[in-house]
Design a protein. Structure first.
Length: 270
């Protein structure tokens, strides 16, 4: 495969076990270049674990995984520089100022910039892209939750990645900060043609942001499609049967609605 492969992420039969706990039981999906895909599932479904395997942080128990033409288990520094990762817990930079931290992280990527690669952002354009220009000289610990989250994204973007993983990017944000964050993601995919895989437990957010939704439940992808396709199935439009939390859901509207409520809470209720 070459770097022009239209598939950015390919996961086939991914299994992950923590001791006796079988968290991922054969996860299979693809993300094509330029897509924004939401990995949706309730807390504890294994979303973070999946991202950690894809970014090469965690060794998988079994299965085939390719990310940007490489096996993450053997990804080198150059491969890593093509990925942006925004986790839930990058919180230890309180003493730094925004611009200072981003400039420092940017210097890490300099050796990997080649004429053929996407040109890494300079610090000012990165600060602007995430809407933090007015706050660039503030200490990080003085930022609001929404500003911190945007800084997290800036950290993920420092190297000018081709592929961005966002783990629960709006967790803990108020509605206004959430809206601003959604606009930022739209700009990234629209203006910068970035491929994004994000995780969320919020169906409304997945519908808002993603071209395609993967539903992770019981250690497997139980649905894969656009929001419209999924809601059609949930409304009983075809023969899809759901098995979630050990229960079977057939195609009746009433059961589908109950399923959505159970899995995603009130946001998903029809
Ligand atoms: P999600 O991101 O969907 O909330 P996680 O991937 O964080 O789910 O966790 C999936 C399951 O794996 C949970 O039951 C969690 O307790 C377990 N788990 C996650 N990380 C570890 C770990 N390092 N060791 C043992 N169990 C873990």
């Amino acid at each position: 495969m070459t770097t022009t492969d239209p598939v950015a992420v390919e996961v086939d039969g991914l299994r992950m076990r923590y001791g006796a706990d079988d968290v991922l039981r054969g996860v299979t999906f693809q993300v094509r270049r330029g897509e924004i895909v939401a990995l949706l599932g309730p807390n504890g479904a294994g979303k973070t674990t999946t991202i950690e395997v894809l970014e090469g942080f965690r060794a998988r128990s079994a299965g085939r995984v390719r990310v940007l033409d490489a096996d993450p288990a053997h990804g080198d520094e150059r491969w890593r520089s093509r990925l942006g990762v925004v986790l839930q817990s990058w919180r230890d930079h309180g003493k730094w100022r925004v611009r200072e931290l981003l400039a420092h992280l940017g210097s890490y990527y300099a050796p990997y910039a080649t004429p053929a690669s996407r040109r890494p952002w300079d610090t000012d354009s990165l600060v602007r892209a995430v809407g933090l220009t007015e706050h660039a000289d503030k200490k990080i610990r003085t930022l609001s939750g929404g500003q911190r989250r945007r800084l997290d994204v800036a950290i993920g973007l420092v190297g000018g990645p081709e592929l961005l993983f966002l783990d629960e990017p709006t967790a803990g944000l108020d509605p206004q900060a959430r809206l601003e964050f959604h606009r930022l993601v739209e700009r990234l995919t629209g203006d910068h043609r970035m491929t994004i895989l994000l995780t969320t437990h919020d169906l409304a957010e997945a519908e808002k942001l993603a071209d395609r939704i993967l539903v992770l439940s019981g250690g497997r992808i139980v649905a894969d499609g656009t929001a419209a396709e999924l809601s059609e199935r949930m409304a009983g439009g075809d023969e899809v049967r759901w098995t979630l939390h050990g229960r079977r859901f057939t195609t009746s509207t009433r059961e589908s609605t109950a399923f959505v409520r159970e899995l995603f809470g009130e946001h998903g209720a029809a």
